[in-house]
Design a protein around this ligand. Structure first.
Ligand SMILES: [Ca+2]
Ligand SMILES: [Ca+2]
Length: 272
């Protein structure tokens, strides 16, 4: 009888979660176009922008571009930013997204140097994302520095928000409880007409390699509760390969590459 009651309680939780999913989806759909990041905050708290769902595991830095080479300044709020997860497990693969934002000028080429803490992380690969198609040249001949040079195939990047590429890393499984940095040492973007170069540099994000990870504690705050359920629900049906997988994957408690009812029911059973 006790077991039947427990199953009934789990089913009730799942029903509530799916109802919550509908509400959260509506909130996201109505507010997603208004999401902004605090340019002065290294790790942005975007929970307000996303309604009641906390995305505290997101690390974001956004850098305003300057023109160091002439007096022609970029349009207001032209920025480049990188985002990724705030915490990883030892030996875990993760992704940083590099994105241009608020450009009205035409960008045809870029040259970005990212420094990373090679005592904690290894660079694995890159993935082109977004439009237009781009040609890439990657230079990674010494640990801790990866350089990405890209050029479009004759089409300007001048949309509001333009994802450029993802960088895939893995944390070393020999370290734990340490914080490592990812810093944009240089980022130049070539503009036409005018052959201008706009630049940003000198900031980045920190990512923690955790001591340990408790499956179900999605936001890793030490307790499994409805906050974890909300995050799992928020990323419902997100799967490996999606652009926001690096943010969603901590909800994938059975590690099968998709956030679905299996993960929700697992977490629901552990809610205290
Ligand atoms: Ca939690
Ligand atoms: Ca799963």
């Amino acid at each position: 009888m006790k077991k039947v009651s427990r199953i009934w309680a789990i089913l009730c939780c799942i029903t509530m979660i799916l109802q919550m999913f509908t509400v959260v989806s509506t909130v996201y759909a109505s507010e997603s176009t208004e999401v902004t990041y605090d340019l002065t905050t290294k790790v942005a708290d975007v929970s307000t922008a996303y309604g009641d769902v906390s995305l505290a595991s997101t690390a974001v830095t956004e850098i305003t571009l300057q023109n160091s080479y002439s007096n022609d300044e970029p349009s207001d709020d032209s920025t480049v930013f990188i985002e990724g997860t705030q915490k990883v497990e030892p030996g875990e693969e993760f992704t940083l997204n590099v994105i241009l934002n608020n450009f009205t000028e035409g960008i045809y080429a870029g040259d970005i140097i990212l420094n990373y803490d090679d005592s904690l992380f290894e660079f694995k690969s890159y993935e082109p994302i977004g439009d237009p198609d781009k040609f890439f040249y990657i230079k990674h001949d010494q640990p801790g520095i990866v350089r990405i040079i890209f050029a479009t195939e004759g089409i300007a990047i001048n949309s509001g928000r333009a994802p450029l590429f993802n960088l895939n890393f893995i944390s070393k499984d020999t370290v734990a409880g340490e914080l490592g940095s990812f810093t944009i040492a240089k980022s130049d973007f070539g503009i036409m007409p005018g052959s201008l170069v706009y630049s940003a540099s000198g900031t980045g994000i920190d990512i923690l390699v955790e001591e340990s990870w408790n499956a179900g504690d999605v936001n890793n705050d030490g307790v499994i509760n409805t906050g974890d359920l909300a995050i799992c629900t928020y990323y419902y049906q997100v799967s490996e390969g999606d652009l926001n997988w690096s943010l969603a994957k901590s909800s994938d408690v059975n590690n099968d590459g998709i956030i679905n009812i299996v993960d929700l029911s697992f977490i629901a059973q552990l809610v205290v």
